[in-house]
Design a protein around this ligand. Sequence first.
Ligand code: NDP
Length: 269
Amino acid sequence: MKLAVFGNPIEHSLSPSIHTLFAQQTGVQIEYNKILTPVNAFVETAQDFIAQGGKGFNITVPFKVDAFNLATKHSINAQTAGAVNTIKVDGNTLIGENTDGIGLLNDLTKNLGIDLQNKIVLILGAGGATRGILLPLLQQRPAQVMIANRTASKAAQLAKDFESYGETCGFGLEKIKDDPVDIIINATSASLEKQMPNITAGVANNAICYDLMYGKQTPFMDWAQNNNASMVVDGLGMLVEQAASAFEFWTGKQPKTQTVIEAIRALND
Ligand code: NDP
C-alpha cells in the first residue's frame, strides 16, 4: 500500500519510522514516504501522489486546512476540528479524518491510565491542535474544559464553538488562577520556541501536566516539575497513537502501540 506524509518542513518527521514498525507488526506491506510539499502546491502534490497509486496520506504543518478542503467527505472529528491530518483514497472519494484528538485521548486513557470523567481540564492555546482535541476530550465527560490563550478572544470563540458538547469556557492566560485543576494540556506552540506561556505557578500544584510537543524536555515540562505537578508527560505517545489510528483507518489493522512508543523514544533520544 502506497502511503506518505505531506508537510513543510518534513525532514524530521517520525511518521515513516512509526508506520514501518506498525507494518512489520501487522504483516501489511506498505511503502511510506516523506513528501516535502511546496507551500503553494499542496493540491497538485497530493493529486500527483494519488495518480501514482497513493492510497492514503498524513498531512502535517502547514497543510491541515488545505487537506480539509481537498477531502470530499469528512468524519465528525475532521468536521469539528476544521482540519484533516489523514486522508484515505477510496475510488474517487477522498475521506478526511483527524486522528490528533483520538491520539491524545488514547495516550491519556490507555497508556497513562487517566480517567477524564468529572475532571477539570485546562488547555493552554487555542490553535489548530486545541480545535482537534476538544471533541474527543469533551466526549469523556470532564466536569469542565477551560481554554486559556494568549489572544483571549480566540479562546472565548473556541469555547463557544464547542459549548454544545460539554462544559467549556475560554479566557486569556493572565486570568488563570491558583485554583486546583486536574489536568493541564499545553497545546501552545511556545515549546517550539523554547518558551513557557506566562501563567501563575500555583495552578500546576498536583496537576497532571501534558505537553503536546514531544521528544525534548520542554520549558513547560520544567515548569511543571518545578511547581509540584503530579505527572509530567510529553506528546510522543500522542504522536504514535494518532499514527495508529491513521494506520487502522487505511488498513483495517489495529497496531499495538506500547513497543512502538518505546522504540521511537529510543530513536529520538
Ligand atoms: P497553532 O499555530 O495553530 O497555534 C499556536 C497556539 O500557541 C496559539 O494559541 C498561540 O497563541 C499559542 N502561542 C504561540 N506562542 C506562544 C507563546 N510564546 N506564549 C503563549 N502562547 C503562545 O499551532 P498548533 O495548534 O497546530 O500546534 C500547537 C502545538 O501542538 C505544537 O507544538 C505542535 O507541535 C503540537 N502538536 C503535537 C501533536 C502530537 O501528535 N504530539 C499533534 C498536533 C500538534 P495566539 O493565538 O495568541 O497566537
